[in-house]
Design a protein around this ligand. Structure first.
Ligand code: NOJ
Length: 580
């Protein structure tokens, strides 16, 4: 049992600072995500930690970001690198202590930045005391998780005996038989991540109290892991998922259930009311309609959504994340435009290419060859950051870090890939095919250590890194990027600056131009008399400037190439022009 957590003194100064922030302050903010395990290691154990982050705050300050989203640092058995929490009110010793956390919060605040904690409350770790107690059917917590008897006509533990046919996101059935309880529990992720029963009001109250405790400790908001999974559709019933396929979100009974609005509004009243926090709900499978609803300020639910449609456009529809197809730029433009237009005046979106679950964008939809890496990283940054919404930068994206290019299964650490490999190989999959997909889409691509300098281990650790450092750190690293005014880093700095200084970047209405052009991404943002034109060649070959563009004369606010605009765009050339 963890030691009881002492109540903390509510900081009135921090509360006053939060209250003084303008409403919707996060609409002009840029968020930077830290995946602590891979950011910076202060003690040489090969795993990044809080003191490592504290030592690198000036990097973030120089970049100019407003908010840090910190992936989980809570106490955890680390089955899913911290997304399996066994104590919400303590720090895992791998990452440090609560005192280190306080220092990080203070260090960010002192530099004018804010901190958003990762809130993983659809599930806990199976080592959380709530779950160990729940395994006893007579315990007062027996109903805190989702327990069901074996399917009629089956023996417990027998294949097919699971209460529903749902699959876990990390392969295998989403139900695990528990000997002690004599029932199955639901786990939409790993067997060590049992889903909480949000129907139980005591569960909700315990979570609200824990969130309040963090707010009182000084945090400025929460990124809510798979938050639209907390309301399930009862009675739980078989879904459209076919055996052998990954978790399917289409019509799934575990997303966007009937009590979502109620649960989010209740949480808002209990935790967020009057606090002006930044809250982002990770909402896989969400529709534009539902997303507008969750993030409409009039509904008092969450500030913005993190949705996934655009990052599924290089998958074969309905066949899961490993069945790849090349991205068609027209699909991407249409999709982003649908979200821009659909949320206009109603909800608010997060803008991202990368996070700890996605491959590196420069390798995925850019060109990570030495010739085009820098320019394609810049142009991808431009077309994203000029959209309407709150942009997210994932650690290393500002350096143009690339995929890991791992070639054997032994190089991967991620539970998603390892479980998938085991299951797919047992079903007769072709190993080379699997490795190709993992190299393109595996989550470890995002998780290789941040490349700070060109020394051994890239300045990340003095020990043995938990995941191999990318050998390209000799060329791609923060020291080099900061010293080069033409680097991806300085381009991102300028993008952030544009958002902070031009209200049209925050508030302007989006209009897509030349939707059918397969190479060029062009759009305008308009606020009153101001119109910005964003024009980008998204390919490694020269492109024609589309004929249907408005008059392109105006002040160039940002460009990858220092030349006048002719009738063609160089590979990955982009510019932002204030028209008129
Ligand atoms: C979404 C998180 O981003 C991912 O990393 C994690 O594995 C799952 N939720 C489960 O918590």
């Amino acid at each position: 049992m963890p030691t009881p957590v002492p109540p903390i003194e509510r900081s009135d100064a921090a509360a006053a600072a939060r209250a003084a922030r303008p409403d919707g302050w996060w609409r002009e903010a840029v968020v930077y995500q830290i995946y602590p395990r891979s950011f910076a290691d202060s003690d040489g154990d090969g795993i990044g930690d809080l003191r490592g982050i504290v030592g690198r705050l000036d990097h973030l300050h120089r970049l100019g970001v407003d908010v840090v989203w910190l992936s989980p640092v809570y106490r955890s058995p680390q089955d899913d690198n911290g997304y399996d929490i066994s104590d919400y009110q303590d720090i895992d010793p791998l990452f440090g202590t609560l005192a280190d956390m306080d220092e990080l919060i203070a260090g960010l605040h002192a530099r004018g930045m804010k901190i958003m904690m990762d809130l993983v409350v659809n599930h806990t770790s199976d080592e959380h005391p709530w779950f160990t107690q729940s395994r006893d059917a007579l315990s007062p917590r027996s109903d805190w998780y989702i327990w069901r008897p074996v399917r009629e006509g089956f023996e417990p533990g027998e294949p097919g005996g699971e209460p529903t046919n749902w699959r876990s996101a990390f392969s295998g059935p989403a139900w695990q038989y528990d000997q002690q309880r004599g029932e199955y529990y639901l786990h939409l992720f790993s067997v060590k991540q049992p889903d909480l029963n949000w129907e139980n009001p005591e569960v909700r109250r315990a979570i609200h109290a824990m969130m309040r405790w963090w707010v009182d400790r000084g945090v400025d908001g929460f990124r809510m892991d798979v938050i639209n999974f907390i309301s399930k559709r009862y009675p739980l019933a078989d879904g459209p998922t076919a055996p052998g396929q990954a978790l399917s979100f289409d019509g799934a009974a575990f997303i966007d259930g009937p009590r979502m609005d109620e649960f989010l509004q209740e949480m808002h009243r209990a935790v967020m009311e009057g606090e002006n926090l930044i809250t982002v709900g990770e909402t896989p499978g969400v529709t534009v309609e539902l997303a507008s609803n969750y993030s409409n300020p009039d509904n008092h639910e969450i500030a913005m959504v993190f949705q996934f449609e655009h990052v599924g456009l290089d998958e074969m529809p309905g066949r899961g994340k490993w069945a790849l197809k090349p991205l068609d730029l027209r699909d991407l433009k249409r999709n982003l435009a649908r979200w821009q237009n659909g949320l206009e005046g109603r909800g608010w979106n997060s803008l991202y290419w990368n996070n700890h679950d996605q491959p590196r964008i420069v390798s995925r939809w850019g060109d990570d060859s030495p010739e085009f890496r820098v320019v394609s990283a810049k142009t991808l940054g431009t077309v994203l950051h000029l959209l309407k919404g709150t942009p997210y930068i994932y650690q290393g994206e500002e350096l143009g870090m690339t995929n890991a290019h791992f070639a054997s299964i032994g190089q991967y650490q991620d539970i998603e890939v390892r479980n998938h490999y085991r299951e797919a190989m047992s079903l007769g999959a072709d190993e080379a095919d699997l490795l190709r997909s993992y190299a393109v889409k595996g989550r470890d691509n995002a998780r290789t250590p941040v490349q700070w300098d060109d020394s051994d281990n890239a300045g990340f650790t003095t020990g043995v890194p938990w995941l191999a450092v990318n050998p390209n750190h000799r060329e791609i690293n923060a020291v080099r990027a900061l010293a080069d005014p033409d680097s991806v880093f300085h381009h991102y700095r300028r993008l952030i600056d544009l958002r902070h200084t031009h209200p049209v970047v925050r508030d302007g209405v989006f209009d897509l131009l030349a939707p059918d052009d397969p190479q060029v991404f062009a759009y305008t943002r308009t606020l009153g008399a101001t119109t910005l034109l964003v024009l980008a060649n998204m390919s490694s070959i020269t492109a024609e400037v589309p004929a249907e563009l408005p008059d392109t004369t105006g002040e160039v606010l940002l460009a990858t190439h220092g030349r006048a605009l002719g009738s063609t765009l160089a590979p990955w050339e982009s510019r932002v022009i204030r028209l008129g």
